[in-house]
Design a protein around this ligand. Structure first.
Ligand code: SF4
Ligand code: SF4
Length: 431
């Protein structure tokens, strides 16, 4: 009798007794996920360091240690990846300059189609930094009283929401070609400024009762969809694939885009430092701030992930309405109110599954099949598919580009040449 009491939980209406989940080992989905995240984070640091050494070798004309250029660095060229995708869709060919960037991007898209946003919570190094930041933030917030905690958590969302009320219609009108940058020089623009100020004040002034978090959060998230729409319209729709082929072959900027990116991070401008610092501080106090509101990759793979048949499913008959799943969800999904979680933000992180105290109540499942999917199997599928993609590209010759070390040396040593500059979406072509 005693053991039955230990192994069971009572639903709040006290009408039934349910089986408590047994935890047989110290290994949880969270720990397992951290192993995956840390492994990919270390790999990212390694790739970055190897690339730095390679560029140093080219800069010094061979005076430092030689390392092969790591193609994985191309993962940090998101615009190039979009261009590579359009080029592939239009011609069936892989971007010859940054093949690994295209392969990584394509593998993220396919992984998301099949397993929703598992990439974000099991692989992405930016997602990992975001998670470490908000977990640290949770610890800091626990030191404050409720009021302070509310405001340090709410401020980033309210500000992002206010700015989104301004930016979203402007970018939408620009994409529809109803206004351009020149429109801002018009004298009538002075009437817009009071509206802009009002847009920033609204989220701070209105009480929660008439301006709930869900509304604020949805408007703030429009940022990432606006960025995605910007890339989709200007690259996937407007850029002809043949023109992209010409850019890959003859645009000097594209040849050194990865080196320029590294230089950008090694020599940050004051403005970049301020923006990155604000993003980081906001990420400490608001869960997954960057991923949730600004990452266009996250927006795209969230949309693709809608097609996935892997879903978090709740058994409402055995659920005891304890709310633990909702509390731990890092993307604020009210899991306790869903039977099946269809949400563009769901990361497939298993935190809700891990927190649920009742056996067979909250699990990842394949829709149409009753069986629950163990976190290790899900992780194996997400990470495994990603690794298979990389290695297939490697063995079929779609991983390394054909640029020689001599060519890179010449480009690196002439990086200040105006021909390597990039001008507002315009690519200069070599004769
Ligand atoms: S619903 Fe569950 S799996 Fe999805 S993000 Fe929230 S905690 Fe993670
Ligand atoms: S599904 Fe959520 S609310 Fe229901 S028992 Fe599990 S953790 Fe509690």
């Amino acid at each position: 009798m005693a053991s039955q009491n230990e192994d069971s939980l009572q639903k709040s209406d006290a009408s039934k007794v349910y089986k408590k989940k047994r935890r047989s080992s110290w290994m949880t989905s969270l720990r397992f996920r951290w192993i995956s995240q840390i492994s990919f984070f270390i790999l990212t640091i390694y790739v970055g360091w190897m690339f730095y050494l390679f560029v140093r070798y080219c800069e010094t004309g061979g005076a430092t240690v030689f390392v092969t250029r790591p193609p994985g660095v191309e993962a940090f060229l998101p615009i190039g990846a979009f261009m590579g995708l359009k080029y592939f869709l239009g011609t069936g060919n892989v971007d010859p300059l940054h093949p690994a960037g295209f392969v990584i991007f394509a593998s993220i898209l396919v992984t998301s189609l099949l397993f929703q946003r598992g990439f974000c919570s099991w692989i992405c190094p930016v997602g990992t930094i975001s998670e470490w930041a908000w977990r640290f933030g949770d610890w800091i917030k626990s030191k404050f009283n409720k009021g302070v905690k509310y405001w340090i958590e709410a401020f980033p969302v309210k500000l992002t929401c206010g700015l989104s009320l301004i930016s979203t219609p402007i970018v939408a009108l620009m994409l529809l070609e109803m206004i351009s940058f020149d429109s801002f020089k018009s004298p009538s623009m002075k009437f817009i400024f009071p509206l802009m100020i009002a847009a920033i004040i609204i989220p701070f002034a209105l009480p929660r009762k008439i301006w709930p978090f869900r509304v604020e959060d949805s408007i703030a998230r429009a940022w990432k969809y606006t960025l995605l729409a910007f890339f989709a319209v200007n690259i996937l729709i407007k850029m002809p694939a043949a023109q992209l082929g010409l850019i890959f072959a003859k645009a000097p900027y594209m040849k050194v885009a990865d080196i320029k990116m590294m230089k950008f991070f090694l020599d940050l401008s004051i403005l970049a430092i301020i923006i990155l610092s604000v993003l980081f501080v906001f990420s400490i106090f608001n869960k997954n701030y960057w991923c949730r509101y600004f990452c266009p990759y996250g927006a795209l793979i969230g949309i693709l992930g809608w097609a996935s048949i892997f879903r978090i499913v709740r058994n409402k008959k055995t659920c005891i309405d304890c709310s633990k799943c909702t509390v731990v969800c890092p993307v604020y999904i009210e899991v306790e109110k869903k039977n099946t979680v269809y949400n563009l933000e769901c990361l497939g992180c298993y935190d809700c599954v891990d927190s649920c105290p009742v056996d067979d109540t909250l699990d990842m499942k394949i829709l149409g099949f009753g069986k629950k999917i163990h976190y290790a199997v899900y992780a194996g599928l997400v990470v495994g598919l990603f690794v298979v993609f990389m290695n297939t590209a490697r063995f079929t010759g779609h991983w390394h580009n054909n640029v020689s070390v001599q060519e890179y040396t010449e480009w690196v040593q002439n990086l200040d040449d105006p021909k390597f500059e990039h001008q507002q979406g315009e690519f200069k072509l070599e004769e």
